[in-house]
Design a protein around this ligand. Structure first.
Ligand code: G16
Length: 548
């Protein structure tokens, strides 16, 4: 098959963000746009000859077309073998597992995660390395540099392949193995968790469980794991059919977007346990009856109960959280006597710590939790972890969380997002805070006194690489924190994220806090977060678009 070398010009907007390159479908559909980026990945990898790569996506609009293009560019670049998910579908944690299990050189994941899909919505692409995790910054930066200097890409002519049947094909000299998207992942889960115990639990008359796949990638995985292997009643999984536009929904598992699940979990006859995952299956939201578990608390609770789970019976060697994630897990680590690392936002920062055996559990406030079983956060894994804990403890979710707070203390927490504000205004707001950081120290606002204000930077303890400007942190003398940073995953303007946290260790006050919402409990600090950054004046916004 003939390899064509096509002349092209660089696009200047191909800098990967927190998790790969995310843009509108209309941007990706521009002539040469995807080809340029894929060739830039291959150029950054140096030598692609003979490589084995995993390829798949969350099934969103443009998934199939993109796969055809990537296959043709890969074949032209000498890639020897592609492991492609059947129908072009693979969840992000499943890709991570397949890379590791089959010792592939890396993988390309097509997803814009929790962002909506459709002709006018979002698409994304990211490269994962041979440990199964997202490419670290030095590789994403090299891909970006390649994209700025690209002058041609290689591609072969080929008709669209049939990706809907398991089997083997060739494209030019490249082999394509079309693999079952679900089986290896489900087998891995069965090794980590006590499926027998969970099976009895989910079948018991008192237990009702609802999992919302949000018409995204986890549908087939959840049906296989929950309804087939664990024999939960049919209908346990809702929105189980993956759709290119996620059924018109926004596949973000939070209280705003997982509407049907949230309504069910707050109804009079609510199930005991509810959960949801996102577009590509790496996020999770956990709910009890009439009760929402913040992702930060979820991470801390998993850490505190690890030894109940067969795959983690030996306990944890260390934990990590992203900087804006609440410090709830730090308290657990302290009690367990294990290290707790604080990284910038982005799963890629956990990779080195996991590979070096410094941590075995990690998570983020952005609905992500994971462990050393793969190198991505893992939505269904987190749900199974919770199910396993519940099956052992036989307690309602709310009691488990309340008992956790009473034992370890409570980190009352919320995140306020101001979406699609102008990038110029958002940058000015952060710059203003950064420039005034020094002068804020010692300032008093009612009962709050600022003890420190800085711009978070991180030195990777494994390879010594440094990441600067990772978010403005304001610490108060009473243990409270406010953090400001700009999202690296949006596709429209800028999203300002404000993270607000207050610690409470007095058990009497913790009991009193049970009946009140974080928004009520944090009202003073929330008010302060808007005035300290002058949000209303600098962005023109009077309230956040999303609260988690
Ligand atoms: C991605 C990253 C996460 C990050 C999240 C939010 O998740 O993998 O590590 O916490 O984005 O990032 P930001 O605050 O910059 O928008 P996902 O699920 O979107 O791939």
């Amino acid at each position: 098959m003939r390899i064509h070398t096509i002349s092209t010009s660089p696009f200047t907007d191909q800098k990967p963000g927190t998790s790969g390159l995310r843009k509108k479908v209309t941007v990706f559909k521009q002539e040469n746009y995807l080809e340029n980026f894929v060739q830039s990945i291959f150029n950054a990898l140096d030598n692609t000859k003979g490589m084995t790569l995993v390829l798949g996506g969350d099934g969103r609009y443009y998934n199939r077309e993109a796969i055809h293009i990537i296959l043709r560019v890969a074949a032209a670049n000498g890639v020897a073998k592609i492991l492609l998910g059947c129908n072009g579908i693979l969840s992000t944690p499943a890709v991570s597992n397949i890379i590791r299990q089959y010792k592939a050189n890396g993988g390309i994941i097509l997803s814009a995660s929790h962002n909506p899909g459709g002709p006018d919505e979002d698409f994304g692409i990211k490269y994962n390395i041979d440990n199964g995790g997202p490419a670290p910054e030095k590789i994403t930066e090299s891909i970006y540099q390649q994209s700025l200097h690209i002058s041609d890409y290689k591609i072969i002519d080929a008709n669209a392949i049939d990706m809907d049947h398991i089997g083997e094909l060739t494209l030019g000299e490249m082999k394509i193995h079309i693999i079952d998207s679900v089986a290896d992942y489900a087998d891995l889960m069965e090794k980590l968790f006590d499926f027998e115990l969970i099976r009895d639990y989910v079948q018991s008359a008192e237990f009702k469980f609802c999992f919302d796949a949000m018409h995204a990638v986890t549908g087939p995985y959840a049906i296989e794991i929950f309804e087939k292997r664990l024999q939960a009643p049919a209908g346990t999984v809702i929105h189980e059919v993956p759709m290119a536009d996620f059924g018109g929904g926004h596949p973000d598992p939070n209280l705003v977007h997982a509407k049907k699940l949230v309504k069910k979990m707050y109804a009079a006859d609510a199930p005991n346990f509810g959960a949801a995952s996102d577009g590509d299956g790496d996020r999770n939201m956990i709910l009890g009856r009439h009760f929402y578990v913040t992702p930060s608390d979820s991470l801390a609770i998993l850490a505190a109960n690890t030894t109940l789970i067969p795959g983690y019976a030996e306990g944890l060697c260390g934990v990590a959280r992203s900087m804006p994630t609440s410090q709830a897990v730090d308290r657990v680590a302290k009690v367990l006597g294990i290290p707790c690392y604080e990284t910038p936002t982005g799963w890629k920062f956990f990779g080195n710590l996991l590979d070096a055996g410094k941590i075995s559990l990690c998570g983020e406030e952005s609905f992500g939790t994971g462990s050393n079983h793969v190198r991505e956060k893992d939505g269904l894994w987190a749900v199974l972890f919770w199910l396993n804990i519940l099956a052992v403890k036989q307690q309602p979710v709310v009691k488990l969380v309340h008992d956790h707070w009473l034992q370890y203390g409570r980190n009352i927490y919320t995140r306020h997002d101001y979406e699609a504000i102008s990038s110029k205004k958002a940058d000015a707001l952060i710059r203003h805070l950064r420039d005034h950081a020094e002068s804020l120290k010692g300032k008093k606002y009612g009962s709050y006194e600022i003890s420190l204000c800085d711009d978070f930077s991180y030195i990777d303890p494994v390879d010594g690489s440094e990441s600067q400007h990772q978010g403005i942190r304001i610490f108060f003398t009473n243990g409270a924190r406010i953090i400001y940073r700009l999202s690296g995953t949006g596709t429209q303007g800028a999203t300002l994220r404000v993270y607000i946290e207050q610690t409470e260790t007095d058990t009497k006050k913790i009991r009193l806090s049970f009946k009140r919402t974080p928004q009520e409990l944090l009202a003073g600090l929330i008010e302060l977060s808007t005035s300290l950054a002058d949000i209303k004046h600098l962005t023109g916004r009077t309230k956040p678009d999303v609260i988690t």
